[in-house]
Design a protein around this ligand. Structure first.
Ligand SMILES: *Cc1c(COP(=O)(O)O)cnc(C)c1O
Length: 388
């Protein structure tokens, strides 16, 4: 059978799998432990830290969506990254990570490397020379995050995978911003995909979760062993909720993107905006790569405010339909000031290095009607202009 399309996999995984009552939707198994059929006969699931039917179904949905062979669902995206590091990195190993990666990823790798767990180098991966110099140090692992957070920079997954393979490095891609609906890194040569399922995958801002998906069964088994060993795995309830969220992933991603393109059109004409960052814009440095490796441009965007910092704060305060909050990818629209919110742990020097200014705002476009969102932005911009 040919591989089904993503939206179909997302809807159908586990449907009609209940053999006891023929429930159409798979039931939730909260039990922590499972009986042994007979002395010495180990059941498929024995203890929920190591395995659980709900987590198993979610893992299946996620690795099939990403064209992988296995997955470990974790209790958050950060622990997915931590699991990857715990499984594959020893004290002398080097990981190359993007200089503008998710703030928590930066903190995790930086702190663990300061403790001597492994070495890390943060690199601008769109800078070919800097990347080549870092790869010459023979890293064990290369992490990509494309599009990046919050500047939606895009790097060429296929090309970096080839360069990494040439020095014997494994490649992991944080695919949180696009989901398998718009990008499938394993088909471009990556070994692992990471998600914070907290974001688009669950999509309703009511579960914290993560996953590591691997291209090979052997790596998936190593990850599962470590996931159980360090206790990084997700709960049955969270897995149930996340699979429920995934059912609508295809439809949600389409509307998120359609609305963001309409909002971009509005933002282009707004005088209080200096620069807009979104891969759909022809002037965006990653536009051509995005067209080549993505199935859509995605909906995350950010922009540089053209007024003063006080005016920016006033503008944000006037918005009614964009909640000032961290996170992204939910049904509700959000606005975030990365320098004082998601990325504040980086510190001023690293923020400047990553190009994240204090006038940068990031939007997560939700599923409200796009015309209402545009009207809301417009009234806040108008008030910000009148007041200052
Ligand atoms: C949120 C996020 C993470 C961390 O995930 P948590 O679920 O919050 O631990 C990692 N990478 C990216 C790109 C994210 O947006």
């Amino acid at each position: 059978m040919t591989k089904r399309k993503s939206a179909t996999i997302a809807v159908r995984t586990g449907i009609e799998s209940d053999t006891q009552y023929h429930a159409v939707v798979p039931p939730i198994y909260l039990s922590t432990n499972y009986g042994f059929p007979a002395f010495g006969e180990v059941p498929q699931y024995d203890y929920t830290r190591s395995g659980n039917p709900n987590r198993g179904l979610l893992e299946k949905a996620l690795y099939e969506l990403e064209s992988g062979e296995g997955a470990v669902v974790t209790n958050c995206g950060t622990s997915a990254l931590n699991l990857l590091a715990s499984t594959f990195l020893s004290p002398n190993d080097l990981i190359i990570a993007p200089h503008d990666c998710y703030g928590g990823t930066y903190r995790l790798f930086n702190t663990r490397s300061n403790k001597g767990d492994f070495k890390v180098q943060f690199v601008d991966q769109s800078d070919q020379q800097a990347l080549a110099a870092a790869l010459a140090k023979k890293p064990k692992l290369v992490l990509l995050e494309t599009p990046s957070n919050p500047l939606v920079r895009v790097v060429d997954i296929e090309q970096i995978c080839q360069q990494a393979k040439a020095v014997g490095a494994l490649v992991a891609v944080d695919n949180t911003f696009l989901t398998p609906i718009y990008q499938q890194p394993l088909t471009l040569g990556a070994d692992f995909v990471i998600h914070s399922t907290t974001k688009f995958i669950n999509g309703h801002s009511d579960v914290i979760g993560g996953v590591v998906i691997s291209k090979t069964k052997a790596h998936a088994e190593e990850l599962a062993w470590w996931g159980n060993c360090i206790g990084a795995t997700g709960t049955p309830f969270d897995s149930y909720m996340t699979l429920r969220g995934i059912r609508t992933l295809g439809a949600r991603m389409r509307v998120h993107e359609e609305s963001s393109l309409q909002i971009l059109d509005y933002l282009k004409s707004q005088s209080l905006i200096k620069t807009i960052y979104h891969p759909s814009l022809p002037e965006h440095p990653g536009h051509e790569i995005a067209k080549k490796q993505q199935f859509g441009f995605g909906s995350m965007l950010s922009f540089e405010f053209a007024g003063s910092f006080d005016q920016l704060k006033f503008f944000v305060g006037e918005l009614k339909l964009f909640s000032l909050a961290e996170s992204l990818g939910g049904v509700e629209s959000l606005i975030c000031h990365p320098a004082s919110m998601t990325h504040r742990a980086m510190g001023e020097a690293a923020l400047a290095e990553a190009g994240i200014s204090h006038l940068l705002l990031r939007l997560s476009i939700g599923l409200e009607d796009a015309s209402d969102l545009i009207a809301d932005l417009d009234q806040a911009f108008t008030k910000a202009k009148e007041k200052f």
